[in-house]
Design a protein around this ligand. Structure first.
Ligand SMILES: NC(=[NH2+])NCCC[C@H](N)C(=O)O
Length: 407
């Protein structure tokens, strides 16, 4: 196994040692009703309260001894180098479809006045047209009336750090996002893994230049041998197989990828919105997916072959078989009450973040599910969830583990 101390994730529940977060910033205030659904939000958030909640989340993690890193700080570490800064801005403008050379020149000037940290933040906030006054070198696109308010779009889903890349073993999948609005998030990850002294040279199981989408919320590392990946609204089976192949061809310990084919709907956009691991033998699950769930196994074969089969048993039996457990406990979101399940799943009741076996971080609003977890002996640490939940993601979605203890 390749050894690096900075990416090490061989399970979902081992003591979390280091995690990457992004605290929502002014990008959230650039969400307006006309663009809500394109930006993948259902409601407008009150930023001040969202920050309070995010800080509560981060403080829980810090109190538990977890190193909390912030994406903007890591970006600031690398944006001090003029060539990195320049390339990053050009990429951001290309992928943000900045319309003309005149606007690009104005944006170069605009960003040149910012410190590395300010630049990282502004790249996420987006740039409104009224912030950039002087456009020289005018093209047709600069002259025609266009009510769209931004030269560079905000990137409001970046506080869901789970999705643009994902750690598996000692490597990462640098993801292709299924939506245009989220794809620029992976540019930040690309720059970290290309340039940050702590993270460059990390191996990649997938790269953002591929064609088929995969998002981190679908990627779960169940054990040093077993990975689960959702085939979902966001993740394509072609990408799942490619990741499996690359991991199997390496010297990593993984032997099986379980592909969970879940319904393709907004409420369950990723596997982790309906299924998370919380203890050696305990999982949360949203009952609405149990019936329609098809699971396929991709097993490492000889000569770089992959053996793919349909798993005909129910989920408990599949998990018992592959994780070698005598029994498993599936704890149902909403504690088996259909209405509570639907309501709490919508605000990520099944989306828990384990910080050690049997200890999870959850939104306080999902009290029915949290109570059900406590009943089976799980320790639940809660924080406020009025505003963060409006982006349709919970504690797991908001965190990317970089290092977990082996178990
Ligand atoms: N891992 C997750 N479940 N992430 C949730 C992401 C929510 C985000 N608004 C989106 O639609 O993409």
């Amino acid at each position: 196994m390749e050894n690096n101390n900075y990416i090490h994730v061989y399970n979902e529940i081992g003591q979390l040692k280091s995690v990457l977060l992004h605290c929502p910033g002014e990008e959230i205030e650039n969400i307006v009703p006309d663009y809500l659904s394109r930006l993948l939000f259902d409601e407008i958030c009150f930023l001040k309260q969202a920050i309070v909640e995010h800080n509560q989340f981060a403080n829980i993690l810090k109190t538990e001894g977890v190193e909390v890193l912030y994406l903007t700080d890591l970006m600031a570490d690398i944006l001090g180098a003029p060539d990195v800064r320049q390339k990053f801005l050009e990429n951001l403008m290309d992928e943000g479809k900045v319309p003309t050379e005149g606007v690009r020149e104005a944006l170069r000037e605009f960003f040149s006045l910012l410190t590395p940290l300010e630049m990282a933040k502004k790249a996420i906030t987006g740039v409104r047209k009224d912030e950039v006054k002087e456009i020289n070198n005018k093209h047709l696109a600069d002259l025609v009336k266009n009510p769209y308010p931004f030269y560079l779009d905000p990137i409001p889903n970046l506080y869901f750090q789970r999705d643009p890349f994902a750690t598996i073993g000692s490597g990462v999948t640098l993801n292709v996002m299924s939506s245009v609005t989220r794809n620029r998030e992976t540019l930040f990850a690309k720059y970290l893994f290309d340039h940050h002294p702590r993270f460059k040279n990390i191996r990649r199981w997938y790269n953002r230049n591929k064609t088929h989408p995969i998002e981190g919320g679908d990627e779960l590392v169940l054990s040093p041998k077993v990975i689960a990946i959702g085939v979902s609204d966001r993740t394509d089976p072609v990408a799942v197989e490619m990741v499996a192949r690359n991991v199997f061809e390496s010297d990593e310990s993984f032997e099986v990828v379980l592909a969970f084919d879940i319904p393709k709907t907004r409420a369950f956009m990723h596997l982790d919105t309906v299924f998370t691991m919380i203890d050696y033998d305990k999982f949360t699950i949203y009952p609405g997916i149990e019936m329609p769930l098809d699971v396929y196994s991709l097993r490492k074969g000889s000569n770089n072959n992959i053996n793919i089969s349909y798993e005909a048993e129910d989920l408990s039996s599949i998990l018992k078989k592959y994780l070698r457990l005598p029994s498993v406990d599936l704890i149902r979101c909403g504690n088996n009450d259909v209405i509570a399940a639907g309501r709490e799943q919508w605000s990520d009741g099944s989306n828990t973040l384990a910080i050690s076996p049997g200890k999870v971080v959850c939104y306080n609003r999902n009290y029915v599910t949290n109570e059900a977890l406590r009943k089976v002996g799980i320790e639940v640490l809660e924080f406020d969830s009025y505003e963060l939940s409006r982006g349709r993601g919970g504690p797991r979605c908001m965190s990317m583990p970089l290092v977990r203890a082996d178990i």
